[in-house]
Design a protein around this ligand. Structure first.
Ligand SMILES: [Zn+2]
Length: 108
């Protein structure tokens, strides 16, 4: 008999970008001086990468080898540190800067 319930179908094939985003969940992030953010290496917690927003593109840039070698080759490339920092920034924004009135103004 044929299985008719497909709801539990697992997603087996994550793209490399999805895998990096998942690994970003394990990356520790903090604010950097004088600007940007620091992300700790997953393999070696002593190693720290610096991330900052590139003024022209408004994209996050990371100093890890993964980003340096592939960031320019693949448009929109995000290493796991970029994923982690985006989440970190989002949480901070919601906590300290988010103001629902700005959304209402834009919608009006
Ligand atoms: Zn990185």
């Amino acid at each position: 008999m044929k299985e008719k319930n497909n709801r539990a179908k697992k997603i087996e094939d994550f793209t490399p970008a999805e895998q990096r985003a998942a690994r970003g969940a394990r990356v520790e992030v903090s604010d950097a001086e004088p600007y940007g953010w620091m992300a700790h290496s997953e393999a070696d917690p002593e190693r720290v990468y610096h991330l900052y927003c590139e003024p022209q593109s408004k994209r996050l840039v990371c100093t890890c080898a993964d980003f340096v070698y592939r960031g320019d080759a693949e448009p929109g490339y995000e290493c796991k540190h970029v994923s982690a920092v985006l989440k970190y920034i989002g949480r901070r924004y919601l906590q300290y800067q988010y103001d629902p009135r700005r959304q209402y103004e834009r919608a009006a």
